[in-house]
Design a protein around this ligand. Structure first.
Ligand code: SF4
Length: 458
């Protein structure tokens, strides 16, 4: 359970009839990737666009969706920027939406301003759109981003000829192609495909630019990719449990991560525990993975309050903590007198897990052993996943530098974290165990949260 996220989801479709309602449903299935803003743009003799502050189901009206004509369009959910954004240009009207982050946004903006360009708010999507429009056609414009941008982007560009979609050279942010009757889709996660009855075609390759139009889905340019660097955090936390990201089912990855935690406990002599439980919702699959490996009973210890949710993500830490408390109530009869293995995906500041441990103990738990799927987070994300800073990272307060090398260092940190959150013990997956659980080559992953290394170098 984590601090506020800073993330996005995109959905685009080209089909035989009006598409606004399908985009509406598509971005609703991606709502977990961003809850602050949502928007849809369709093309029909120009771009038609509606954006909102709030969640998809709470904000779009039937009238608005009926007022968005066209057979092709794009949608977006976000915690950061209101998108899609549209421009009038020599290429006709276009709209752009993206997921990611530009590390060199300021330098790019300063350079363009020195060349006479003006900006409305300087949003990253605005910088991307203006860079694309500097070239003679959308493909050259999108291809040019790879040389200019330091950062991550999966993007969709709505034009009069169709929808261009592209992934950065490292494939940091997910992007997947789908197909349905007469329809071609590209979106952030496969759950938006199968929940709408579409089929997965494949992931967009790092450096690939595709066009969805009346001919179907065509690769219009493949830029050379130095290596893949898919965000490892997607499988541990960000992506929905029912998605498949770059060929690996999220559910399987989380089961594996939980099983690795159980394996470590067994190798280190076992833990006296009555049950394994999760911090909902992010820890559930990890806890089930622990249960399947250890055969320890899995049990709910928190009741999720489905009515506590609000239209907007809470803006302050205090408000977030209040909301977190309202969302989860302890099931007192399940915990009284019990020794509990409590699984979560990661620890950022430590505030949430501290609260959960204390709530369980107040309810009479005999012991709480915290097990964490991700290794200790040591570095902020530069690629659009989280707003966390060095100062906020709990593990960083103990180990000044990241790069946890030895098991002894990890154990020292775990003891310190356990004392700070009031747990009887804390164990993380080591980075080696984490990568092994994902069953992907380490060279195909971004692990910057843990090793501090940007895939593209510094
Ligand atoms: S830094 Fe972490 S959260 Fe950001 S892309 Fe890399 S692995 Fe994902």
């Amino acid at each position: 359970m984590k601090a506020v996220q800073d993330n996005c989801g995109i959905f685009a479709i080209y089909g035989p009839g009006p598409c606004a309602w399908e985009i509406f449903q598509g971005i609703d299935f991606l709502q977990h990737r961003g809850q602050q803003y949502c928007g849809i743009a369709t093309y029909d003799d120009g771009v038609h666009q509606v954006t909102h502050h709030g969640k998809v189901l709470n904000t779009f009206t039937d009238q608005e969706l009926d007022s968005l004509p066209g057979r092709w369009g794009i949608g977006h959910v976000s915690l950061k920027e209101r998108q899609p954004v549209k421009w009038q240009s020599s290429l006709g009207e276009i709209a752009v939406a993206f997921s990611g982050n530009l590390i060199n946004a300021k330098a790019l903006k300063d350079d363009m301003m020195s060349r006479g360009k003006a900006f409305w708010r300087g949003y990253h999507v605005e910088i991307i759109a203006k860079l694309i429009l500097e070239e003679k056609d959308p493909v050259s414009g999108i291809a040019g981003l790879a040389e200019k941008i330091i950062g991550a982007y999966s993007l969709v560009v709505l034009t009069r000829e169709g929808i261009y979609a592209a992934r950065d050279l490292f494939g940091l942010r997910p992007l997947i192609l789908g197909h349905g009757p007469g329809r071609y889709i590209v979106c952030s996660e496969s759950r938006a495909l199968h929940n709408l009855g579409f089929e997965i075609v494949r992931d967009v390759r790092p450096g690939e630019i595709v066009l969805l139009d009346h001919r179907g889905c065509t690769t219009v340019r493949q830029l050379p990719s130095p290596r893949s660097a898919h965000c490892a955090f997607e499988w541990a936390y960000t992506a929905s449990l029912d998605s498949v990201i770059d060929g690996l089912p999220v559910l399987q990855a989380r089961y594996n991560l939980g099983a690795r935690l159980s394996q470590r406990d067994q190798e280190e002599g076992g833990v006296q525990a009555d049950l394994v439980a999760a911090v909902p919702m992010s820890g559930i699959a990890h806890a089930i993975g622990y249960h399947m490996h250890s055969r320890l009973n899995y049990q709910e210890v928190f009741l999720y309050n489905r009515y506590a949710d609000r239209s907007y993500t809470q803006a302050t830490q205090v408000a977030r903590e209040k909301m977190a408390k309202r969302k989860l109530a302890v099931l007192q009869h399940a915990v009284k007198g019990k020794s509990i293995i409590l699984c979560d995906d990661s620890i950022v500041r430590g505030t949430q897990i501290y609260n959960k441990v204390h709530e369980l103990k107040q309810a009479g738990a005999r012991a709480v052993h915290v097990r964490v799927a991700c290794p200790p987070l040591m570095y902020p994300c530069d690629f659009g996943i989280s707003t966390r800073t060095y100062e906020e990272l709990m593990a960083r307060k103990y180990l000044f530098r990241g790069d946890i090398i030895t098991l002894e260092q990890l154990r020292d940190l775990e003891g310190w974290v356990a004392a700070h959150i009031g747990a009887d013990s804390v164990k993380y997956n080591s980075l080696e165990a984490f990568v092994a659980a994902l069953q992907l080559s380490r060279d195909d992953l971004c692990l910057k949260c843990w090793d501090g290394k940007r895939p593209m170098g510094d």
